[in-house]
Design a protein around this ligand. Structure first.
Ligand SMILES: CC(C)(COP(=O)(O)OP(=O)(O)OC[C@H]1O[C@@H](n2cnc3c(N)ncnc32)[C@H](O)[C@@H]1OP(=O)(O)O)[C@@H](O)C(=O)NCCC(=O)NCCS
Length: 159
């Protein structure tokens, strides 16, 4: 008998208020200093680019992007720990970059902890470069931690 492996569909879509509980749960389990449910709600209310990655019907990752004055800022990017290493973070980041491109953005910026090797590797893979350091930007156990500021310049064809 031929058995068929059922592939679970993966899809990136806009976040809704109904996703906030799942998103907050992933956030709480992923960061030492997580965003609250209210911060995600405010991002939705503010009209930020808020997206989730769905695997089947389960939300397993998300990204938050703010766009203003021709620049974009990635405010959050996260995949639930049990689903990391499967290309989902890259998929959300590709979606973020595509949205910024269609919005006519020139440069995308983000902050990342210099100790976050996995995230740094992902951003470098997608062409981001370090442009600055923000001293004492992050809360950290027993004090503050610097942030690396990374950027990606988007190319727009002239027409
Ligand atoms: C950073 C994060 C979003 C990456 O998501 P992911 O789904 O695990 O990453 P992907 O499977 O899409 O991997 C894409 C690339 O990321 C890098 N990467 C991801 N996991 C890695 C690991 N364990 N070791 C080294 N590099 C890694 C690699 O460059 C990888 O490309 P490759 O597969 O060609 O080597 C995820 O680790 C996460 O949610 N971390 C906690 C939250 C966080 O720190 N977010 C970033 C805040 S700035």
């Amino acid at each position: 008998m031929i058995s068929r492996i059922q592939e679970i569909p993966v899809n990136v879509r806009n976040m809704t208020h109904g996703d906030l509980a799942s998103v907050s749960d992933i956030e709480r389990l992923s960061y030492d200093f997580p965003w609250s449910h209210g911060v995600f709600r405010d991002c939705l209310l503010a009209g930020y680019g808020c997206m989730v990655l769905e695997r089947g019907s389960a939300v397993v990752g998300y990204g938050i992007l703010s766009i203003a004055a021709g620049e974009a800022h990635i405010l959050n990017l996260c995949v639930a720990s049990e689903f990391r290493g499967l290309g989902y973070g890259e998929r959300i980041l590709d979606d973020i970059v595509e949205r910024a491109h269609y919005a006519g953005v020139g440069t995308i910026f983000l902050e990342v902890r210099p100790t976050n090797a996995n995230a740094l590797s992902l951003y470098r893979k997608k062409g981001f470069h370090k442009i600055a350091k923000r001293p004492a930007y992050y809360q950290a156990t027993g004090g503050r931690e610097d942030a690396d500021v990374l950027s990606l310049v988007l190319r727009h064809s002239e027409s």
